[in-house]
Design a binder for this molecule. Structure first.
Ligand code: NAD
Length: 336
């Protein structure tokens, strides 16, 4: 097997704990890999870099095209532009992909959830372009470009077709934001009509869409939405299948891909060894599939499915008492 080189960003808070657990699982599953470990976030400042996203980290991802990233802490209301926003913009990682599915052994209100959120990752209201007009009056700019709207719509339909998905639902608020969400919606509709009539297509206004999500999430398949909506709906959907500890994610561009779980740095449990590494292990599984290492990806999935089904080594967020390392050890044991 060819040796892979992957940039590893441990990140902040629970990041180093869950990334360590994940790299152990990936190596135990048989991947031949050199990890190029580099900092981002508060960790970068602590190591003496003058930016939360050091140029060296960015250059390594550009060179190797692939990174596995832990969460980073972003200060609220002050300081540097978010690492994640910078990464996604500078590397043009325009598609955030977040599969949300019911897992064996995890009891929630719903069963048979199997959906994928495709979030536009580079513009919308999440760009952080803000302005003080006069003291006491501030604005936040929502940006939509036809290029980006068309690009993400085409990506989502192509993904749905490749993964043999049946339906694509666009979430929007074009009744109010007629220009920006209108452009997003029209781009999706055009790609559907011109290029992908094979997929069932649906449009929902996001407020009603959120209600549908918590009433009948089993009916959802591929969900397409702009940046901020995707951010919010991802966490909502995580709650439907067991929480942030079980939802993986990726940020995909034409030149590079950065794989990271949906959850943040969880400062409330950082350093305690109790974080659930499953979301990042599932994220690594996505990365392996993206790399073409499907046999190793499947081995990892079978491993964690077995551990979840048995139910003895679950972390606290899933009702168990195992720590981060214990869970990873159980997955490694189940892969043998
Ligand atoms: P969070 O996702 O860190 O935590 C929300 C809740 O979920 C907390 O109670 C936490 O303990 C729990 N949780 C999250 N991940 C878990 C896991 N793996 N196992 C068990 N429990 C888990 O969200 P937050 O508290 O809003 O944000 C904390 C920091 O993370 C902020 O600085 C935020 O900006 C940042 N953040 C970073 C990313 C990223 O780097 N991709 C994503 C989201 C938030």
């Amino acid at each position: 097997m060819a040796k892979h080189t992957i940039v590893l960003i441990p990140g902040d808070g629970i990041g180093p704990e869950v990334t360590k657990a994940t790299t152990r699982v990936v190596e135990a599953a048989g991947l031949s890999v050199d990890w190029v470990e580099l900092p981002a976030g508060a960790a970068a400042l602590e190591q003496g870099f003058d930016n939360v996203l050091p140029e060296r980290t960015l250059a390594a991802i550009r060179a190797h095209h692939l990174a596995l990233k832990g969460p980073v802490t972003t200060p609220v209301g002050k300081g540097f532009t978010s690492v994640n926003v910078q990464l996604r913009k500078k590397l043009n990682l325009y598609a955030a992909v977040r599969p949300v599915r019911s897992l064996p052994g995890i009891k929630t209100r719903f069963e048979n959830i199997d959906m994928v959120i495709v979030r536009e990752n580079t513009e919308g209201l999440y760009s952080g372009i803000e302005n003080e007009v006069v003291p006491g009056v501030v604005t936040s700019l929502k940006v939509a470009s036809e290029v980006a709207c068309t690009r993400i719509a085409r990506w989502a339909f192509r993904y749905a077709t490749k993964k043999k998905r049946k339906k694509l639902t666009v979430f929007h608020k074009a009744n109010i934001m007629k220009l920006t969400d209108g452009m997003f919606l029209n781009s999706a509709r055009r790609i559907y009509e011109d290029e992908y009539p094979n997929i069932e297509y649906e449009e929902v206004i996001i407020d009603a869409g959120c209600m549908k999500l918590v009433q009948n999430p089993e009916r959802m398949d591929v969900l397409l939405m702009e940046n901020l909506y995707g951010d919010l709906v991802s966490d909502l959907c995580a709650g439907l299948v067991g929480g942030l500890g079980v939802v993986p994610g990726s940020n995909i561009g034409d030149e590079a891909a950065v794989f990271e779980a949906v959850h943040g740095s969880a400062p409330d449990i950082a350093g305690k060894g109790v974080a659930n590494p499953l979301a990042l292990i599932m994220t690594a599984e996505m990365m392996l599939t993206h790399m073409g290492e499907t046999a190793i990806a499947q081995k990892i999935r079978k491993g964690y499915d077995a551990v979840l089904t048995e139910g003895k080594s679950l972390t606290r967020d899933l009702g168990g008492s195992a720590g981060t390392d214990q869970f990873a050890d159980a997955v490694i044991g189940a892969m043998k």
